[in-house]
Design a protein around this ligand. Structure first.
Ligand code: H2U
Ligand code: ZN
Length: 400
């Protein structure tokens, strides 16, 4: 195979010229776009090139790039096909360790709870106490102790009631529990980070279909929030404002990547999304943690969680698997004015209920890559309608 002439020729040019030439071909990068937008010029933002030609986009939260290959969406798929998600779950499963009244794996019996239910993880990843570890051998063998607390939150006593099928009142109870747990865990003397996250579906490793999430609190800032904190701080120092407030303003104006919104929250497929239908949930008001949610915002959060998960379920008419979680300002007692409350949804499905994206090969070795553009993904999510497909198919809704 011979190299395309212009690529080959250019490779012989001095490095500086090569980089300049490549940069001029990859038009509309977010760095450029934000600068151009600041200057009132944003002609490249909706460039058709971005929908047709390979390019890379920058995630300003992590400062990492993603490769976008829109010309490749028509490729045939002969790879792995997953088993369909089991659609129907019973209201109560006698063998489920999360259902009310049942015994958990460690032998403790759950109460006959009637709303949400929180318990300390029987198999916690972190322990509240332990011996102090500090290893540093030439900067090459480095280790530190890590203390923490891990909890599990059941959303409802119903084994079959997933977030998109819950009522807004029931979801408000879930949000209230998150806030209560956040406050409780963030106030622990050694806590520095509190992570609320949900793994939904076997495809993302959830160990049980009973709707639940986990909350881990630990004493160091984990990798992803640490990258975000640096970006928030840098942006705050250089622009005198918030990275995600400005980003939300831009996305609201451009509309192409917006998926849904209400008075207090918006959901968009981020410009730099890695997963095919990844979304970013943003508060419209600038604040750092759940502890600052007003009563009205709690209800709005419940509403937007329901809406985005209905869109997800409707996309492939399946109980849509994802990992999601909230990124909140460090729980170190300091005021984090730079931080903007948000959540990430990372769903693995690509083209149907049974074909998923794999993050392997080039992506493990280099950088993430996607085919379908974020703009197309957002348009598809907007198109599927906000009435749950099971309700449209005249199934009885499982809400109580
Ligand atoms: P995931 O489905 O996201 O894996 O969360 C379930 C958690 O529940 C998991 O961390 C815990 C597991 O350790 N668990 C218990 O605490 N008790 C049990 O009886 C089984 C599972
Ligand atoms: Zn159950």
């Amino acid at each position: 195979m011979s190299c395309p002439a212009h690529f080959f020729d250019n490779a012989r040019a001095p490095l500086g010229e090569r980089v300049a030439s490549i940069a001029s071909r990859v038009r509309g990068s977010p760095e450029e776009t934000i600068v151009r937008n600041d200057a009132g010029r944003h002609a490249n933002m909706n460039s058709p090139d971005l929908q047709q030609h390979p390019h890379r986009r920058l995630n300003p939260l992590t400062r990492e790039w993603v490769l976008v290959s829109p010309h490749r969406t028509a490729r045939p798929w002969l790879g792995k096909v997953e088993s369909p998600q089991p659609e129907e779950q019973p209201r109560y499963d006698p063998s489920c360790y999360l259902c009310p009244g049942n015994s958990r794996a460690g032998g403790i019996r759950n109460p006959l709870y009637s709303s949400t239910f929180v318990f300390d993880n029987d198999y916690p990843t972190l322990l509240p106490n332990g011996s102090e570890i500090s290893v540093d051998e030439s900067g090459l063998l480095v280790a530190r102790s890590e203390a923490g607390v891990c909890r599990v939150v059941c959303f409802s006593p119903r084994h079959d009631l997933t977030i998109p099928r819950m009522s807004e009142d029931e979801l408000c109870d879930v949000v209230d529990v998150w806030v209560e747990q956040y406050k409780n865990l963030a106030s622990l003397p050694r806590a520095r980070h509190v992570q609320v996250f949900e793994n939904r579906g076997a495809l993302v490793g959830a160990s049980n279909p009973h709707p639940h999430c986990q909350i881990w609190a630990n004493e160091s800032l984990p990798n992803e929030p640490a990258k975000e904190r640096t970006s928030f701080e840098n942006y705050f120092n250089s622009h005198g404002g918030c990275l995600l407030c400005d980003y939300l303003q831009l996305e609201s104006r451009l509309a192409a990547r917006m998926v849904c919104q209400n008075d207090d929250f918006a959901v968009a497929v981020p410009y730099w999304a890695i997963w095919p239908f990844e979304t970013l949930l943003l508060s419209k008001r600038h604040f750092a943690t759940m502890a600052e949610l007003s009563n009205g915002e709690r209800r709005s959060l419940a509403g937007i969680l329901k809406r985005i998960t209905i869109l997800y379920d409707n996309l492939f008419q399946t109980s849509f698997p994802y990992s999601m979680g909230f990124h909140q300002g460090p729980a170190d007692g300091a005021e984090h004015r730079e931080w903007h409350f948000h959540a990430h949804y990372y769903p693995p499905l690509l083209r149907s209920a049974t074909v998923r994206k794999f993050m392997v090969g080039y992506e493990l070795l280099n950088m993430p890559q996607r085919d379908i553009t974020p703009e197309t993904a957002a348009a598809r999510l907007r198109e599927v309608g906000e009435i749950h497909y099971l309700d449209r198919m005249n199934h009885s809704a499982p809400t109580s």
